[in-house]
Design a protein around this ligand. Structure first.
Ligand code: FAD
Length: 471
């Protein structure tokens, strides 16, 4: 065999799997058809956060007077905003190239397709190369799903990839889908001066979040004049030379219809897995709607093939892909008896944080209050509004709250939901606590530095027991 482990796809699932495999002593290679770093570093997590940072800085500058600072003539140079985001993404992708060298992982550029259980053909232009390995880890990710009848055209109808390299901010943009991607782009383009209208089939922005959290975001977007139409679906579209007409209807009352004409449309309604090039079914790998079926150790039905990350389905998040990469490499090490000390600890999918980097930020894990009640738990909730946080007042960012959903019986945390400053950072404490089966009783014994946003976690947890001090 050429290698012991070959990873197909160099995104946050694939490159992390390769590094862990190399750490475990495997002769490892990665096959990547585009650029190391995958969607996350090149077209997803990182460039969008860079764009949102420009938006956030602008919003902060608009408030400068409140802080005793006068700033005049603030201008957006949209091209430079995009340029910075691309620079950040490139820098991160180069960092992955360095990590491959550091860990002595061979990188082969091209598109991989299985020709035998232990052999892939890698094609790049006219060049073709066969590579054999004891085990393959597929980490080929996913791409934006188009709206039926409205194909992406890289001009008027955009996927997230095109929306992050636009030449100028559109006058009016329609965002279809109010999940994390839709909401983040709505936030960004609204700050850049676009008129934004979001269309969402479900009843809230970020419909998977706790209802109360979504409502805070909805109020905040309303204040910023970001329009949203909830419970509405796009039933037809009409493309004109320089605009698109979206015909929408109310899901509860189909006779209630209206039309919105926009200069650009961003479609953020989900993802399609990149699995069709791989020739997997021939080797017994089972696919469900294109996503690869795996067991708890990321093994497929074909002995030599494992799969991780977005190409295996929900939750489609970079940190999940990375952890699955680590677990798959470890599972292979255990299977091939590379390490006698390794113990396999499966991922607990109930404890995965999900974050949206709009303003205010949203972060959560576990059950919403509604779901916990529906599942029959004796639910006790603790909340802390950031208006009562000294640090939030000092930084002038008090919109939001920490909400903790617990099982009244033992104080077990069932879910945590945060909207507000540093939400995406402070969620980690609650995930760590829950991963280690700490209850509210242990958290309230933990001294949190003052003044910090994380005191909100302490206060909300104390509120569960009726012991909050500052509210
Ligand atoms: P990918 O990152 O998609 O990487 C797959 C790689 O495989 C690609 O480089 C591709 O070129 C390569 N490939 C595909 N087919 C082949 C083949 N046949 N041969 C060789 N190579 C192949 N997640 C978060 O956790 N936080 C965020 O803030 C966040 N923001 C996002 C914002 C946007 C706009 C988008 C689109 C996504 C965002 N995500 C975010 C999701 C995150 O990017 C993905 O969950 C993550 O990239 C999945 O990693 P992966 O390794 O499974 O696949």
């Amino acid at each position: 065999m050429d290698f012991e482990v070959v990873v197909i796809g160099g995104g946050p699932g694939g490159y992390v799997a390769a590094i862990r495999a190399a750490q475990l002593g495997f002769k490892t290679a990665v096959i990547e058809k585009e650029k190391m770093g995958g969607v996350c570093l090149n077209w997803g997590c990182i460039p969008t956060k860079a764009l949102l940072q420009s938006a956030h800085l602008l919003e902060e500058m608009k408030k400068a007077q409140e802080f005793g600072i006068s700033a005049q003539g603030i201008q957006v140079e949209f091209g430079k905003v995009i340029e910075r985001s691309r620079k950040v993404a490139d820098q991160m992708a180069k960092g992955v190239d360095f990590l491959m060298k550091k860990n002595k992982i061979e990188v082969v550029f091209g598109t991989a397709s299985f020709i035998e259980e232990n052999k892939v053909l890698v094609s790049s232009g006219d060049s073709k190369k066969e590579i054999t390995a004891d085990r393959f880890i597929i980490a080929t990710g996913a791409r934006s799903r188009p709206l039926p009848g409205l194909a992406f055209d890289q001009n008027l109808v955009l996927s997230s990839r095109e929306a992050m390299v636009e030449k100028s901010a559109p006058k009016k943009i329609g965002v279809i889908g109010a999940g994390a991607i839709g909401v983040e782009f709505a936030d960004f383009y609204a700050s850049m001066g676009s008129e934004v209208v979001i269309i969402e089939y479900l009843d809230h922005l970020l419909p998977n979040e706790d209802e109360e959290i979504s409502q805070v975001l909805e109020k905040s977007f309303l204040k910023r004049k970001i329009e949203y139409k909830l419970g509405m679906s796009v039933y037809a579209t009409e493309k004109k030379e320089n605009s698109v007409v979206l015909k929408i209807k109310n899901k509860n009352n189909v006779s209630e219809t209206s039309e919105i004409e926009v200069d650009k449309v961003l479609v953020g309604i989900g993802l399609v897995p990149n699995t069709e090039d791989l020739n997997l079914e021939k080797f017994g790998v089972v696919l469900s709607k294109g996503f690869i079926d795996v067991n708890e150790r990321y093994a497929t039905k074909c002995k030599s093939i494992y799969a991780i990350g977005d190409c295996t389905g929900n939750p489609l998040l970079a940190h999940v892909a990375s952890m699955e990469g680590i677990k798959a490499a470890e599972a292979i090490a255990i299977e091939l008896k590379k390490s006698s000390e390794l113990k396999y600890h499966p991922i607990n999918y109930d404890l995965i944080p999900g974050c949206t980097y709009c303003h205010p930020e949203v972060a959560s894990f576990g059950l919403t209050e509604k779901k916990a009640i529906a599942l029959g738990f004796d639910v006790k909730v603790g909340k802390f509004p950031f208006t009562a946080s000294g640090r939030a007042q000092a930084i002038g960012d008090t919109n939001g709250m920490v909400k903790i959903v617990t099982n009244a019986k033992h104080g077990e945390i069932l879910g945590a939901h945060i909207i507000g400053p540093s939400a995406t950072e402070i969620i980690a404490e609650l995930v760590l606590a829950s991963s280690n089966e700490l209850s509210v009783h242990e958290i309230i014994q933990t001294i949190h530095a003052h003044p910090t946003i994380s005191e909100g976690v302490l206060e909300a947890t104390s509120a569960v027991l009726g012991e909050a001090i500052n509210i």
